[in-house]
Ligand binder design. Structure first.
Ligand SMILES: N[C@H](CCC[C@H](N)C(=O)O)C(=O)O
Length: 273
């Protein structure tokens, strides 16, 4: 039996577990993510978030994708984890926690959670480079916001099938992205940005990606498509993103949005079959 919270941030859904005593080893965490995140056969989620102790902050968040791979960071996951830690009395409403993608500061106000992420280096950013994928002539940008992100601004609306094809093809292009990447498809309009993300490790479009929305807002700002404050809509909800540039070499992003605690699951041994 394992007790997990089922949560989501703008429809990007997670199982959250407490491994504060480090009783569960890494191999088991990866296996748990792979088996419990299966939709239909098990509990189902985009990923598993793990609360672990830290010597430098309130705690450490680890992120396992639904395929069992570990990611360094997750924006929607960080919002869910902050709320979980606060409501479980594991951290105060204003907290700092460690991730493999840098320290995150969070403020929990009920369902709403605001984050300030670690500074994002801009030295190696790729901006609007031409790329042909299948029959599609695109331009892509690349940067790391905790995890690697490709960003594609669209000239025409694409169907989910088209984004899934382009996302999975690009994501596996080792010449472009040696560690793989999440691929964000972005439209800029008067209301801000609309971002749909094909996620590495989930290997599908998800309803929202916090770090992907942030990466898209950074590229939009650097190319004059939007300002440093952007409303980013995802298929699963809205996030407010604000960017504090530290000269040209880095930027500190903040993002705010809602979280949902769907409920608690006592996963039985059969959930792993
Ligand atoms: N959905 C997450 C990103 C997960 C990153 C993961 N897919 C990876 O690159 O390993 C977010 O809200 O930021």
């Amino acid at each position: 039996m394992i007790r997990c919270a089922k949560m989501n941030g703008n429809g990007n859904d997670f199982l959250v577990i407490d491994n504060g005593r480090k009783r569960i080893d890494d191999e088991t965490l990866s296996r748990m993510a792979r088996l419990l995140c299966r939709r239909r056969e098990s509990v189902g989620a985009d990923g598993l978030l793990v609360f672990e102790p830290s010597t430098t902050a309130s705690f450490r968040m680890r992120v396992f994708n639904s395929d069992g791979s570990e990611g360094a960071m997750c924006g929607n996951g960080a919002r869910c984890m902050a709320r979980y830690a606060c409501e479980q009395n594991l951290a105060p409403p204003k907290m700092t926690f460690e991730t493999d993608g840098g320290a995150v500061t969070a403020l929990v106000e009920g369902r709403r959670v605001s984050l300030t992420l670690a500074s994002v280096p801009l030295e190696d950013i790729v901006i609007d480079e031409p790329l042909v994928v299948g029959d599609e002539a695109l331009r892509y940008s690349f940067l790391t916001v905790g995890v690697p992100h490709g960003v594609v601004f669209l000239n025409r609306p694409l169907s989910e099938g088209e984004m899934t094809f382009l996302g999975s093809t690009m994501r596996h292009d080792r010449a472009l992205f040696p560690e793989g990447a999440n691929i964000n498809f972005v439209t800029a309009d008067d209301e801000g940005l609309f971002v749909a993300t094909y996620e590495r490790g989930v290997e599908a479009l998800t309803l929202s990606c916090g770090t992907g929305s942030t990466a898209s807002a950074i590229v939009a700002c650097l190319t004059g498509r939007s300002g440093p404050e952007a409303t980013v809509r995802n298929p699963g909800g809205v996030q407010e993103i604000s960017l504090l540039f530290e000269g040209r070499s880095s930027v500190v992003p903040s993002l705010a949005g809602l979280t949902t605690l769907v409920g608690w699951v006592e996963a039985s041994d059969e959930a792993f079959l």
